[in-house]
Design a protein around this ligand. Structure first.
Ligand code: UT7
Length: 334
């Protein structure tokens, strides 16, 4: 059995900054409510026609991750792409990255685990490398959510939270003596599938229904039972971080940097308090980017490296919770 580690990371966010004050001009909301309930000041939304899609943003992040790893594109053995906002209903975005980066005929796996997508993708890449199947796996997480948000007052509890962006890492075989990825844990609870969902354009709602009735806000926009999701999130985050620490005989004071899924700053602060972590042990950037669903941890991790917050040798814990419900964690020495 081998050990896997992260050998490179990169991220990309669209240039267009959407402030809370701008949102207040298109729906009944305000900067104070959004900041107080979520911690978000601004988010990035693509400009219609600027060429940014989940696949193209993911490709930009992937290029940066490959460059940072010092590898050639031809060294990568497999792609794992996490998104719930793909360019096409099918095929998935993985094949688009493969084509754009001219990666021959390597395999591409697509993951649809929403906010936990990056953690699920990491767990698969880790297993591929551990088993010796591949030496280097490209993991991409990218979301283009702004076009399918209900940007009227009706959708304000959801639409003010979400943003667009992409992150990527290279998961590579570690050298002897390197700890790398110590454990990955993934969980799901399907009975809560409708607490956070976008039902259309799934096959439960056939095209005829859409043509006949037009867009139904309850089906074709994301719906979230915010309070219920919040309450479950704080419990599951703590559990799954605890699970990672227990598995590795570690305690929370040994974490150099916790990178929680950027769901809501209040959730991150709640977990930080529950786990007794100092401010410098938790990295958040939701203030600038909003909740980028599956991409948020990958973007935050890359930015934490870029800004010097995360350094080689640090113990990093990543944790996510979201639609499904699904949740998970990755504990590693970077
Ligand atoms: O990333 C995937 C996982 N997602 C999460 O973890 C998100 C979890 N949930 C949350 O973060 C929070 O539930 C929200 C931020 C989404 C909502 O905050 P909340 O404190 O749960 O608000 P609420 O939905 O209970 O709404 C409270 C009030 C309502 O008004 P009334 O009925 O008290 O008069 C809403 O209509 O706030 C109103 N409201 C807003 N007001 C201004 C809801 N959204 C907005 C808004 N601007 N954008």
């Amino acid at each position: 059995m081998h050990t896997a580690k992260i050998s490179g990371a990169g991220h990309y966010v669209p240039e267009r900054i959407v402030t809370n004050d701008y949102l207040a001009t298109i729906m009944d909301t305000n900067d104070e409510w959004i900041k107080e309930r979520t911690g978000i000041s601004e988010r990035r939304w693509v400009e219609n026609g600027d060429g940014n899609t989940a696949a193209t943003m993911g490709t930009k992040a992937a290029k940066k991750a490959i460059a940072q790893s010092g590898l050639e594109t031809s060294d990568i053995g497999h792609i794992v792409f996490a998104t719930i906002s793909p360019d096409y209903y099918f095929p998935g975005c993985g094949v688009q990255v493969q084509e754009s980066l001219d990666m021959g005929t390597i395999g591409a796996t697509d993951i649809r685990n929403a906010c936990s997508g990056f953690i699920y993708a990491m767990s698969i890449a880790d297993a591929f490398v551990k088993s010796g199947t591949y030496q280097h796996v490209l993991v991409v997480a990218s979301e283009l959510q702004s076009p399918f948000l209900d940007k009227t007052t009706r959708g304000r509890n959801v639409s003010v939270i979400f943003g667009d962006g992409a992150g990527a890492v290279i998961v590579s075989k570690a050298n002897k003596g390197e700890k790398g990825i110590m454990s990955c844990h993934t969980h799901a609870q399907g009975k809560h599938k409708e607490e956070l969902t976008m039902k259309g354009f799934g096959t439960q709602h056939w095209i005829g229904e859409l043509l006949e009735n037009g867009i139904d806000p309850d089906i074709h926009y994301p719906q979230m039972n915010g309070n219920f999701v919040f309450k479950n999130a704080v419990v599951r985050f703590e559990q799954v971080i605890g699970e990672a620490l227990k598995k590795n005989n570690m305690t929370s004071d040994q974490i150099d940097c916790l990178i929680p899924h950027q769901a809501n700053l209040r959730i991150a602060q709640f977990i930080q308090k529950r786990m007794g972590l100092r401010d410098d042990q938790v990295f958040n950037n939701i203030q600038k980017y909003g909740n980028t669903t599956g991409a948020s941890i990958a973007i935050a991790f890359s930015e934490a490296i870029e800004t010097g917050v995360v350094k080689r040798g640090d113990i990093i814990c990543m944790a996510a919770f979201g639609a499904g419900f699904t949740w998970g964690s990755v504990l590693m020495e970077y």
